[in-house]
Design a protein. Structure first.
Length: 250
């Protein structure tokens, strides 16, 4: 299936001194699918996402995105090529409006020199991209709100909207449900469902009920290595996964 994949990571590894944080991990992302990565703390999930996004260079392996070898591309170049990501901790500008947060994200994708007679905040292209992203994320009604006044769940939605404002082809989402209640989690999962058809989505998440509800494929990591990667129905009954991670509740 690699020929149909938007993103292909092959044999990725990252060592920190004598510690192999990620060891020979291969993964594919396809448009129209949510691929979840699960594992206990220290399994290497965030290190993997950092290598896929270009924020951390691998010590082994390669990454291809949209037909290009991007292994040595820095994060800004990958972002401009269509690889967006969110973080475990919110990275919004609390003092700016919701719309302005998205506009700044859209402007960052296509920076251009601004002349003294043209205000960046009035750029029609970035404003249109920001408004479309807020519509997609369900935040258009609060576009004028100061971002810092949003609920925790709405701030996480705003982070995804900021990703969408950069016109990504793939989304790398690092624990977007962290700290959410049941209602907020439900809204986030509904948002992911709406984004699925036009994007390839990698979801790192600890909420197993959410993962099994939304994922098309699940990769399980333990101590930096993949122990299983399959559709949810097979992951649920995999003996090695149950022993290492899921326990008897699933």
């Amino acid at each position: 299936m690699a020929e149909d994949a938007l993103l292909v990571a092959s044999g990725l590894g990252r060592r920190f001194g004598g510690l192999a944080a990620v060891d020979a991990v291969s993964i594919e992302l396809h448009v129209g699918q949510i691929h979840a990565v699960i594992g206990t703390n220290g399994a290497g999930k965030s290190t993997l996402v950092n290598m896929l996004s270009g924020e951390l260079a691998p010590t082994a392996g390669s990454v291809r995105f949209a037909g290009h070898d991007v292994t040595r591309w820095a994060q800004p170049r990958r972002a401009r090529a269509g690889l967006g990501r969110s973080y475990q901790r919110t990275t919004i500008f609390n003092e700016f409006s919701v719309l302005e947060n998205c506009r700044l994200a859209a402007q960052a994708r296509e920076p251009r020199p601004w002349t003294f007679w043209e205000r960046a905040a009035k750029d029609a292209r970035s404003l249109a991209a920001a408004q479309a992203a807020l519509d997609a994320a369900g935040l258009a009604p609060v576009a004028a709100r100061t971002a810092g006044t949003l609920s925790h769940g709405a701030k996480r939605q705003l982070e995804i909207a900021m990703c969408l404002a950069t016109a990504p082809k793939a989304l790398l989402l690092d624990e977007p449900l962290a700290g959410m209640g049941i209602e907020e989690s439900g809204r986030m999962l509904a948002l992911l469902d709406t984004l699925r058809p036009g994007h390839a989505i990698l979801l790192v998440e600890h909420d197993m009920d959410a993962v099994f509800r939304v994922a098309d494929r699940i990769t399980v990591m333990v101590n930096g290595r993949v122990i299983a990667s399959d559709v949810p129905e097979k992951i649920r009954v995999d003996p090695a996964v149950r022993e290492a991670y899921l326990g008897d509740d699933h």
